[in-house]
Ligand binder design. Structure first.
Ligand code: ATP
Length: 239
């Protein structure tokens, strides 16, 4: 599905992602972990065409995405749920969903079908359809952000720290929702600070440290592993 090889990303003269290689197989939900500043967000931004200076290779089903503008990458089937949600707080739930559908906006039947699909996945959003997004709880807003990202029927969903600021029980609901989305056939790459939760809900994981993949493996095997701890503690601690 997604194959990343030799990915380098810089901000001006400072390179923050170095030679990253990772893959997400069809139907998989994969975690991208690492301490603050490890380069997770920058990596996701490069995958969706939002990094100014990236080189290497990012292929979706064999098609090279690197170098394509962000709006084309969305049309190729990659949706990005950004850190901080970036909802339109004063617009209704329904209008936020409509905006998520902009890349297919001429297809009204598809819009209706997608609204119905996300309302079935997230019944709370149906109840709140006309409510201003900014007046909902943090958890509901995060569900709306997931729903909005799904409006284009992506093949691959990139999720950047969706759990940020949410109560633990809401984080569980969020991961359950992502698992449901994954079960409908959407592959997911999830950046997460709640390491145990991320490993509990994914099949494989990559751990970044200082912009490099330092550990990768099956999620259940990484949980409690010294390699994982070492990757977070830094040089010299990795087993
Ligand atoms: P966090 O969990 O804190 O969001 P992260 O793993 O997502 O961290 P990034 O946000 O990708 O890490 O940041 C990687 C490095 O790039 C950090 O050293 C950060 O300071 C730097 N960086 C991020 N954004 C910019 C920017 N716009 N300009 C310059 N440097 C940046």
């Amino acid at each position: 599905m997604l194959t990343v090889q030799g990915l380098n990303v810089s901000y001006g003269a400072v390179q923050v992602v170095h030679d990253v290689a990772l893959e997400v197989r069809p139907g998989e939900m994969v975690a991208l972990l690492g301490a603050n500043g490890a380069g997770k967000t920058t990596t996701l931004r490069a995958l969706s065409g939002l990094a100014d200076s990236a080189n290497g290779s990012v292929q979706l089903e064999g098609r090279e995405l690197l170098g394509m503008p962000a709006h084309r990458i969305i049309r190729e089937g990659v949706a990005h749920l950004p850190q901080g949600r970036e909802l339109f707080a004063e617009l209704s739930v329904l209008d936020n969903l409509r905006l998520g559908h902009w890349s297919k906006r001429s297809d009204e039947a598809h819009l209706q079908a997608q609204v119905e699909r996300v309302f079935t996945l997230f019944p709370k959003l149906r109840e709140r359809a006309t409510q201003a997004a900014g007046t909902m709880s943090g958890g509901e807003q995060q569900m709306l952000a997931v729903a909005r990202a799904l409006m284009t029927e992506p093949k691959l969903l990139l999720v950047d720290e969706a759990s940020m600021g949410l109560a633990p029980i809401v984080v569980d609901q969020l991961f359950d929702a992502l698992e449901q989305v994954n079960a409908t056939g959407t592959s997911i790459l999830v950046v997460e600070q709640f390491v145990a939760k991320a490993l509990g809900h994914t099949t494989r994981a990559y751990v970044l440290a200082k912009g490099r993949v330092v550990v990768e493996g099956k999620s259940d095997e990484l949980l409690n592993s010294p390699e994982l701890l070492g990757a977070y503690l830094g040089d010299g601690h990795a087993a």
